[in-house]
Design a protein around this ligand. Structure first.
Ligand SMILES: [Zn+2]
Length: 111
């Protein structure tokens, strides 16, 4: 059985986007709780940092979205993974590391 996704499906990229979106949803909920004083709350600095980290990951993912397709910045410098490796490039692979405990993360994605 082939364990790789068909070309162009970008399963790994979708996984990353979904994890970042979930993180943002959680942060928004905690921010609402913090503002209303109910439920889980976080100090302002932690919330600020959480949102900025999501922004950083979103920007990196957007920059490296096409890596491995022949159209990304890492393709230009010849620093992409082989075509059968759906991670695309090392930057994308590293972006997945914080989510390696999440459902859907595949062991072969580990950098
Ligand atoms: Zn890249």
């Amino acid at each position: 059985m082939c364990q790789h996704s068909p070309p162009g499906s970008d399963r790994f990229g979708r996984f990353l986007r979904e994890q970042i979106d979930r993180e943002l949803d959680s942060l928004r909920t905690v921010r609402e709780n913090t503002e209303s004083g109910s439920g889980d709350v976080l100090p302002h600095l932690s919330l600020f940092r959480g949102f900025r980290e999501c922004e950083l990951k979103s920007r990196l993912l957007r920059m490296h979205l096409r890596c491995g397709t022949g159209e990304g910045p890492c393709d230009t410098i010849g620093a992409v993974f082989p075509p059968e490796d759906e991670r695309g490039c090392l930057t994308r692979a590293l972006l997945g590391l914080p989510y390696s405990d999440r459902p859907g993360y595949l062991p072969r994605w580990r950098p």
